[in-house]
Design a protein. Structure first.
Length: 135
């Protein structure tokens, strides 16, 4: 009997975790690559790259802030303000959703996430980046 109750608790915990991963984040909008060049977003939007520093150094868009996902809950206030719109850059959809949840809990309301991998997007946007260096 005790083993069955433990098994049910384990299944409920895992189910809750999976639901949290796939449940939509209120206010999070996924945007296409052209948004990284400042199109379709408010002009004061901060670009937040939540990948680890090694991936960020390997390939990143100019003008982005790098705060890895694990550090985001603790150091977000050094670079970001809840009044700022934020564009989340990451290679994984679930990481974008987790970062958006963290920011929502801290009062952010305008949150965007870029669809696709950062390095592929950078390659696709090369003409835009050459015309507009602050992109």
């Amino acid at each position: 009997m005790l083993i069955m109750v433990g098994g049910l608790l384990l299944v409920a915990t895992i189910s809750g975790y999976v639901l949290q991963l796939i449940w939509p984040v209120p206010g999070l909008k996924f945007v296409e690559a052209r948004a990284a060049c400042g199109l379709d977003l408010p002009p004061q939007t901060k670009k937040l790259d939540v990948r680890d520093a090694s991936y960020y150094e390997e390939c990143h868009l100019d003008g982005t802030i790098n705060i890895s996902l694990g550090r985001l809950p603790f150091v977000w206030d050094r670079e970001l303000s809840p009044a700022d719109p934020v564009l989340i850059l990451t290679d994984r959809r679930f990481a974008a959703m987790k970062a958006a949840r963290i920011l929502r809990r801290r009062g952010f309301r305008e949150i965007y996430a870029l669809r696709g991998e950062v390095c592929r997007i950078k390659a696709a946007l090369q003409p835009c980046l050459e015309k507009k260096p602050a992109c």
